[in-house]
Design a protein around this ligand. Sequence first.
Ligand code: GLN
Length: 191
Amino acid sequence: MKIGVLALQGAVREHCNSLRACGVEPVEVQYMFQLSEIGGLIIPGGESTTVGKLLVRHKMLEVLTDMGRDGFPIFGTCTGLILLAKEISGSQQPRLNLMDITVERNAFGRQIASFERDLAIPEIGEADFHAIFIRAPYIVKVGAGVRVLAKIDDKILLVRQQNLLAAAFHPELTTDLRIHQYFIRICADRP
Ligand code: GLN
């Protein structure tokens, strides 16, 4: 199985390396036709307003929304999480409009715009996951069908809604592959 990494802007190479380390061949996706070659797609960190506009320009925004509604697995990190959301606080920017979550961008504030934290994520195993946050968003509200997999206090940081997975942090910047492996299992288990 091949898994795509949306390659319009952002941390593309790091996600490709993580997928390779998991034994999966990555495809850098820039064009719509490539979406039929892959069993899932990672949307990396970057700048969500830019990536949203580029998705519109590359005619992939609506196609990906339809595919996501149809069960196609998508994993968004940081900017990817923002683009998967139905609600982005105070913003009308283009998005995929797929997950029942409300996201606050740049939500940790300027002074701690980037930081690292060990997170408990029981779904992927007992050991904490070393999470790296870069001008990260967090989720302030989730709908009934969304499972919260990690949070700090009331700040929700990792969620799953069936075929959709979203992280506020950057698992591709660590050598811990458990979240990528978890997404690969979602892709492999797709009926
Ligand atoms: N702040 C960025 C945004 O709004 C996200 C940052 C990131 O992806 N590391 O898109």
